[in-house]
Design a protein around this ligand. Structure first.
Ligand code: MRU
Length: 351
């Protein structure tokens, strides 16, 4: 599988002391890369969604923790480790829902406990660990592309929500990865992308990256899915996830659950695609997933020349919802496709 669109989501440049990211808040109008040099830079970039999508958030946090640690001025390993824990705790407050953030920071924390002789050696261990998280993300997305494509047939109509593509991971993406692989193999998919209010990741990001790759993509307003399904234009739904609970309930961008309920009523398969790093076996059900609440102005003002909701009217802006496992046909992971009963089969997946 190749990725040759001429853009990248994130790249570590250790020689420049910088994590370079594509600022996704400016897409699709402007392709601009920015350098993140400190843990604060990375925290803000995650918070503001300049870098976003569960896998990309995890990888960025790993590099952010390393970048901070690289400049710790101490030769004392226990002082170094204590400062590193502070940085990890700080980065973990950037966004609450995507478990990849915590998963990556935990991995960095375990790496920091390795038995080494000096701070210099430990810094190298941390860079290697962040790089390993980055590289594993790429291989997991490749595996999800194959596993997801095994469920699809040529000429299918597909619908997706938010952005679970190249921009949400280091490369290839999760829910969009089977589309890219199918495209390479001549599957000729027709993709519908929900615009995804309020931050329009579907219109701004998914449509942008699929279009760049030459995939047939049509943007829909979020409330149009039942119409296109009724028209017979959709054969399968493919969405990403930010955290999958042990019972298969899946948190993803707000509106995903609506799509799943509509798909079920039309008998259309609903596939949640995510790497094993997004499955949180310590989280029993969707009710235990913390949902990020974002600023009301993202709904009332952000995209408009003039505000679109009256002054003084409240707006409710949860960034994610949880799709009940009963609406999910299968969860596609890097280790294979998991079918219901999810509580039993996810446990088997993790051995
Ligand atoms: O708020 P965002 O843009 O980070 O939300 C992203 C999503 O909901 C994605 O669908 C999810 O992270 C899966 S990404 C491969």
């Amino acid at each position: 599988m190749s990725q040759t669109d001429g853009f990248f989501t994130l790249e570590m440049h250790d020689e420049r002391d910088a994590l370079v990211i594509l600022d996704q808040t400016l897409l699709p109008c402007e392709v601009k890369y920015i350098e993140l040099k400190t843990a604060e830079d990375v925290w803000w970039a995650i918070k503001k969604l300049q870098v976003r999508g569960a896998p990309a958030i995890g990888v960025s946090a790993g590099y952010g923790a390393y970048l901070a640690a690289k400049h710790f001025e101490t030769d004392d390993l226990s002082i170094f480790r204590a400062k590193f824990k502070e940085i990890r705790d700080y980065l973990s407050t950037s966004r609450p829902t995507a478990v990849n953030l915590f998963w990556a920071l935990d991995r960095m924390g375990r790496a920091a406990e390795r038995d080494v002789g000096s701070v210099a050696e430990l810094k190298k261990v941390l860079l290697d660990e962040a790089q390993a998280i980055n590289d594993e993300d790429i291989s997991m997305c490749k595996a999800m592309a194959e596993n997801g494509l095994s469920l699809l047939k040529p000429n299918m109509g597909l619908i997706t929500h938010c952005n679970a593509g190249k921009l949400a991971a280091v490369k290839y993406g999760t829910a969009l990865a089977p589309m890219y692989l199918g495209h390479e193999r001549g599957y000729n998919f027709k993709v519908f992308s929900d615009e995804t209010r309020p931050l329009l990741q579907g219109a701004r990001l998914t449509a942008w990256e699929l279009h760049q790759s030459g995939i047939d993509v049509t943007v829909l307003c979020d409330g149009m899915s039942s119409l296109v399904m009724k028209n017979g234009w959709v054969d399968a739904c493919l969405v990403g996830c930010d955290r999958v609970a042990a019972n298969g309930d899946a948190a993803n961008k707000i509106g995903t659950s609506n799509l799943a309920i509509v798909a079920k009523s039309f008998g259309i398969p609903f596939y949640v695609i995510g790497p094993t790093s997004t499955i949180d076996m310590n989280c029993p059900t969707g009710a235990d997933i913390r949902i990020e609440l974002r600023d009301e102005t993202e709904i009332s003002e952000m995209w408009y020349a003039k505000r679109m909701a009256p002054e003084g009217v409240k707006a409710y802006n949860p960034a994610f919802d949880v799709t009940d496992n009963k609406y999910i046909t299968a969860i596609v992971t890097d280790k294979g496709v998991v079918y219901p009963p999810f509580d039993v089969n996810l446990k088997k997946l993790f051995g």
